[in-house]
Design a binder for this molecule. Sequence first.
Ligand SMILES: O=C(O)CCC(=O)C(=O)O
Ligand SMILES: [Fe+2]
Length: 279
Amino acid sequence: MTNAMPEPVLSQEEVDRFWRDGYLLIRGVLTRQQARHHAGLILDLLPRDLRVPDHWEAYDGRFKPFNTPGNQTFDGPEFIPLFQNERLYRVAAQLLGHPRLLVRDGSVAITMRNDTAHPSELSQDLHIDPAVPEDADEFLLTPEEVEIGGCYYFTDVAPGGGGIHVVPGGHRIVEAEARAVRRGRQLHDKWRNIPDLKSVEVTGQAGDFVLTHHLMPHAASHNRRPDVRVAQFVRYARDDQPWDAGERPGDRPAGHSYNDLQTAAMTPLGRRLLGVDPW
Ligand SMILES: O=C(O)CCC(=O)C(=O)O
Ligand SMILES: [Fe+2]
């Protein structure tokens, strides 16, 4: 493996659209068959007797399985392919203009039909999950700080089907607001509750990936349809990300903690993205 930029995937129009809107749907990152396989793995986490474990989150028909209490990352061997998808890596490298990336998160969500008469279609407050730790007072707003996150859809997500909501151009609104004040990272309850923005639902098909800028306000929505929505979240950071992927440099123990079954599932690219091998 070299450290050269991988072959670009997106057209210039798509690159421009991502930076303008702050999000972009990438179609067919997985085949429908691969998507169905991963939907099945995630649905199988839900116990047959529907006894939802205490350490999972469950709000408004949206179940967030936790791997172990406090740990929402699913990175067993069967999930490793989702972290090392070649096309998604190339897209993230192209957008970040940087070939040496690290991948993280790997949390999953199951959104079932929910007929609640809630006045908003959103089942969460609009928020961001930025690379910058919550106790930092300022965003750096440098290119190195930018992360690209988003979610795989493993099921078809039709309108009203619990698709993620985003605010077109919202990442630029967040940046401008944060620049205008001191302690910009601390606005709106650390950006966990962003008021007064109009969001749109991102629909898609099984195997698509919704890319989002890390300053993009977003939220989960109610699923009004019979079909379940199954998704997984991953994020790409440059290897010179100043916050060490959401933590302060040095907060994380050196080296990796993957076992042999996990590393056996990793490609050479995956080993670098997951921090097993150096870039
Ligand atoms: O499930 C979704 O569509 C979005 C979830 C989300 O943004 C979160 O849990 O932080
Ligand atoms: Fe989020």
